[in-house]
Design a binder for this molecule. Structure first.
Ligand code: HEC
Ligand code: HEC
Ligand code: HEC
Ligand code: HEC
Length: 218
């Protein structure tokens, strides 16, 4: 009886966490319906800038309704990232969800370019300009993204946890909770685009560098 109760309570807690988080986008920096941000989105709808139920970009998931960046990026050239850890392979251009984030955060793509055929509302293109959130197209100073983080990489590095077994702190392993479907580190590894309640749309608290220490053995 007691055990059943415990299981029930823990599943309620685990189940509620993502539900509560998903509701937080309203009023955040990703809510472009709020006053002052209507230049990005005058439709009055919250999700439409990024998602729509029909007619979305078939090459981008999930149900992507925004123009996707066509810029070429300078990618991370690590201290020891290429050798020996990654062999001779260099890090690829941003892909997956990172490419979606960069469709606004590259600072040059228009935020207000979305909707049918991704042309967006007419008017001047609104970019992030000089805003602090503008990462630019030079990502050499940004944590590496769009690469596979697996057991081999962890073993070769020697100071990384094994993503297939190490806990993420969010209920499952690093691979289950923090990597994408292809096992890659992406922007959403560290950010939850719909929820500003933890630091700057953070996936988890970084107090005491907890986020970093989830993967790095330092
Ligand atoms: C600023 C852009 C943006 C807005 C606005 C936005 N999303 Fe998202 N959403 C994304 C990105 C990027 C992803 C993929 C990355 C990820 O899974 O975190 C995503 C993923 C999702 C997913 C699949 C993964 C998950 O988290 O369950 C769902 C469902 C979703 N969004 C629903 C919504 C709904 C509903 C709204 C409006 C209330 C909304 N989104 C508003 C950018 C946005
Ligand atoms: C549709 C455009 C768009 C997309 C897509 C988008 N963002 Fe943003 N993001 C913005 C804008 C605009 C701001 C706020 C700039 C401002 O304050 O005016 C912002 C702000 C932020 C901030 C800073 C929050 C703060 O409190 O200062 C972070 C972090 C962020 N975004 C991460 C992401 C990540 C990660 C993704 C992808 C998973 C993403 N964004 C996708 C447009 C976008
Ligand atoms: C390894 C974890 C990690 C990854 C991967 C990551 N970020 Fe961040 N990001 C952070 C942390 C932590 C902060 C807060 C930094 C601080 O407080 O100085 C941050 C801050 C930001 C900010 C706010 C900058 C500002 O000064 O307002 C933006 C925007 C942002 N990230 C977008 C992105 C985008 C887009 C991607 C993918 C291209 C990405 N991040 C990938 C951890 C990450
Ligand atoms: C999801 C796991 C994960 C998280 C969270 C994470 N990292 Fe990383 N980080 C990696 C992986 C994997 C690499 C690639 C390492 C390699 O090549 O051996 C990396 C690379 C790096 C590098 C470059 C190392 C080099 O050899 O050039 C630095 C520095 C770094 N991370 C710091 C941080 C910091 C600081 C944070 C917290 C803000 C953080 N990381 C969060 C997984 C993560």
């Amino acid at each position: 009886m007691k055990l059943k109760k415990l299981v029930l309570i823990s599943s309620i807690i685990l189940g509620l966490t993502p539900l509560c988080r998903g509701q937080q986008i309203r009023g955040s920096h990703h809510d472009f319906t709020t006053s002052g941000k209507a230049t990005y989105n005058s439709t009055g709808e919250l999700c439409i800038v990024c998602h729509a139920p029909h007619g979305t970009d078939p090459t981008a998931v999930p149900l992507w309704n925004h123009n996707t960046t066509n810029k070429s990026f300078n990618t991370y050239i690590g201290y020891k990232f290429s050798l020996p850890n990654m062999g001779a392979s260099t890090i690829s251009q941003p892909d997956g969800a990172s490419k979606l984030c960069l469709s606004c955060h590259d600072g040059v793509s228009a935020i207000n370019q979305f909707g049918g055929k991704f042309q967006g509302p007419s008017g001047t293109a609104q970019t992030l300009g000089n805003h602090a959130s503008n990462l630019g197209t030079n990502l050499t100073g940004t944590h590496p993204i769009s690469f596979v983080y697996n057991t081999t990489l962890a073993t070769n590095d020697g100071a990384l946890k094994d993503p297939s077994t190490a806990a993420s702190g969010l209920g499952g392993t690093i691979q289950q909770d923090l990597l994408d479907i292809n096992g890659k580190v992406q922007c959403p590894t560290c950010h939850e685009v719909h929820d500003p309640t933890i630091f700057l749309f953070g996936r988890m608290s970084n107090a005491g560098s907890a986020l970093c220490l989830t993967c790095h053995n330092k």
